[in-house]
Design a protein around this ligand. Structure first.
Ligand code: SF4
Length: 203
């Protein structure tokens, strides 16, 4: 009975969020919230905001950033898109447009205060949250340099694991910070493997 009640709560929340138009006037392609949630997900990926390809597909991380993130995680698409095990909730759920210099606009500031706590309360099974990029990290931990946060990832376990945003710029960042591939990624994969009984990648 209680779990059916909770399922209804999450279902209602999903429907409410999908109909959100709170910052529609600022969204160049209009509202299309993109997220993946469930009552049973143990891993939460807190990301930044959808790009245009994700806006088109309506699925999180269906772009080069997603390929890079899955490579970091050593994770198959099958597991990545299994909502019963993995939730993906960006700080801004709709595509926010671009800055005048061509970079990604930040997540809309209206979004996280409106939705984030409610979704987190409706996902009680989450054990580990990946904080992907500076906006997710600032929200959960306060402002600090992403490189320092990622370097000191052990300080935030077992609840949080900070990561850089996996945009094309992160390939340059990775070259400058070889400890990321050598130390952080193996630890990240070990933390996630400990959450799940199944292997992270397809055989
Ligand atoms: S970005 Fe968030 S607050 Fe703005 S319309 Fe989309 S779901 Fe609503």
């Amino acid at each position: 009975m209680a779990s059916a009640l909770h399922r209804d709560t999450l279902d209602r929340l999903i429907a409410e969020a999908r109909a959100c138009r709170a910052c529609a006037e600022f969204l160049p392609l209009g509202p299309r919230p993109v997220f993946q949630v469930s009552r049973t997900a143990k891993l939460l990926i807190t990301s930044q905001a959808p790009g245009t390809r994700v806006h088109e597909s309506g699925m999180p991380f269906t772009d080069a950033s997603g390929d890079r993130l899955r490579a970091w995680l050593g994770m198959s698409k099958t597991l990545f898109y299994d909502a019963s095990r993995i939730a993906i909730l960006p700080m801004g759920m709709c595509y926010p447009g671009r800055l005048p210099n061509g970079g990604d606009a930040p997540p809309r500031p209206e979004c996280a205060p409106l939705w984030r706590r409610r979704f987190l309360e409706a996902m009680p099974a989450v054990r580990l949250t990946l904080l992907v990029g500076k906006y997710a990290q600032a929200w959960a931990l306060g402002p600090a340099a992403v490189t320092d946060r990622v370097h000191d990832f052990r300080r935030y376990l077992p609840r949080y694991f900070p990561l850089p945003h996996p945009s094309w710029r992160s390939t340059l960042w990775e070259r400058r910070n070889p400890w990321f591939a050598a130390e952080v990624l193996p630890a990240l994969r070990a933390e996630i493997a400990a959450l799940f009984d199944a292997p992270l990648a397809d055989p």
